[in-house]
Design a protein around this ligand. Structure first.
Ligand SMILES: Nc1ncnc2c1ncn2[C@@H]1O[C@H](COP(=O)(O)OP(=O)(O)OP(=O)(O)O)[C@@H](O)[C@H]1O
Length: 351
């Protein structure tokens, strides 16, 4: 099975993906020259499915997410929603797409208008897009939405301004606003990374409840595999490194039996003593902690200067393609493709 087929495994399950990214790239012109922030990425999200996109800072997660949300046009490749290329859509269809895919930013303070009360923030899209008729119905819907995101009693929040709320409460308002237009997919970009741990967990729990109750699909962007484990356990996870997907599969497989040395290194780096995570250790130490610049990518596998499995002449030759290494799980690593999913492991894999 090719990487594209693996990434589209949802179709094999008999479901039509709601959104697909097909060979999508984004090139930016920078002072250091053109950089490929996202390089030929294939992904799909089925209705109600959670897809976690994980990687270190600068790996291209936000750039990929912005293209998925229709906020940026890919330099190459296709983003399709309900089977239609979003950039070939007529104005009305594009509007429907934009309403169906809502982006929740990591910093709600930056994305909420400071001069609008919470009521105004929620009522504006409801009225603008004709979701409800009249201000009274819109206010009632705003109360329902605040209740959905656990801001209760909702009446206590309606007339407040963003600066009068805590970070967690602002994040909940941002989610309520995303829900105003009944989205089919929510793109949550590190949406809890700025919160304290306990608040972070309660916001994640709220998002998880919405995921289950509303059947909304999620593209969940995080640098933290532990968060992907918590939020996306029943979904899939794609691991990005310097613009490319290096490993993809069902989240439990990625967490319990990672195959790419980069994924293993990410798991090794998780500080918490989570037994499920720590038992998968075994990548060996990285050869370098330095992340190469996108403007001067190393030849072959971009991870090779850091990789404990590096082989001279193999890893610095061609760019490795994402290939299936276990059922439903694919990795872009020459050594794993040659030696199998457990390549380089000192211990045996965790079942
Ligand atoms: N508009 C832009 N112009 C030039 N370079 C950009 C632009 N946007 C992003 N980049 C670069 O593209 C690369 C990927 O950035 P991106 O924000 O997508 O990564 P990320 O994985 O989301 O990182 P973070 O977790 O820090 O948000 C980075 O090197 C970044 O500096």
């Amino acid at each position: 099975m090719t990487a594209t087929e693996t990434a589209r495994a949802g179709t094999a399950e008999g479901r039509q993906p709601l959104m697909t990214l097909d060979g999508v790239s984004q090139v930016f012109d920078t002072k250091a020259g053109p950089i490929r922030a996202v390089d030929h990425v294939d992904l799909s999200i089925n209705p109600g499915e959670v897809l976690c996109l994980v990687g270190e800072s600068g790996s291209g997660k936000t750039t990929a997410a912005r293209m998925a949300a229709g906020l940026a046009r890919p330099s190459d490749g296709k983003v399709a929603f309900d089977g239609t290329d979003i950039w070939s859509m007529k104005r009305n269809a594009f509007g429907t797409f934009r309403r169906s895919v809502q982006y929740v930013h990591q910093d709600p303070y930056a994305s909420l208008n400071p001069t609008r009360t919470i009521l105004q923030t929620l009522v504006a899209p409801l009225l603008k897009h004709g979701v409800v008729k009249g201000k009274k119905a819109a206010a009632e819907r705003a109360v329902e939405l605040l209740t959905k995101v656990d801001l209760t009693p909702a009446e206590n929040f309606l007339l407040k301004y963003p600066h009068q709320l805590s970070g967690g409460q602002r994040q909940r308002v941002a989610v309520a606003r995303a829900l105003t237009l009944d989205p089919k997919i929510i793109i949550a970009d590190e949406s809890t990374s700025m919160l304290d741990v306990s608040i972070r967990i309660s916001v994640l729990a709220m998002l998880g409840r919405l995921r289950d109750e509303l059947g909304v699909g999620f593209l969940f962007i995080t640098h933290d595999l532990a968060i992907a484990k918590y939020f996306g356990w029943h979904g899939k996870t794609a691991v990005m490194y310097l613009g490319r997907i290096v490993e993809f599969g069902p989240t439990p497989k990625i967490i319990n039996a990672p195959t790419h040395p980069y994924t293993r290194a990410l798991i090794d780096a998780i500080p918490e003593p989570d037994p499920d995570l720590t038992k998968t250790k075994g990548a060996g130490s990285l050869r370098s902690l330095e992340i190469p610049s996108l403007a001067h990518l190393p030849p072959g596998c971009a991870f090779h200067p850091r990789c404990p499995l590096f082989e001279d002449g193999l890893c610095d030759g061609a760019v490795p393609q994402l290939v299936e290494v276990r059922s439903g799980q694919s990795a872009a690593c020459h050594v794993v493709a040659r030696d199998g999913a457990d390549a380089g492991r000192p211990d045996q894999p965790v079942a």
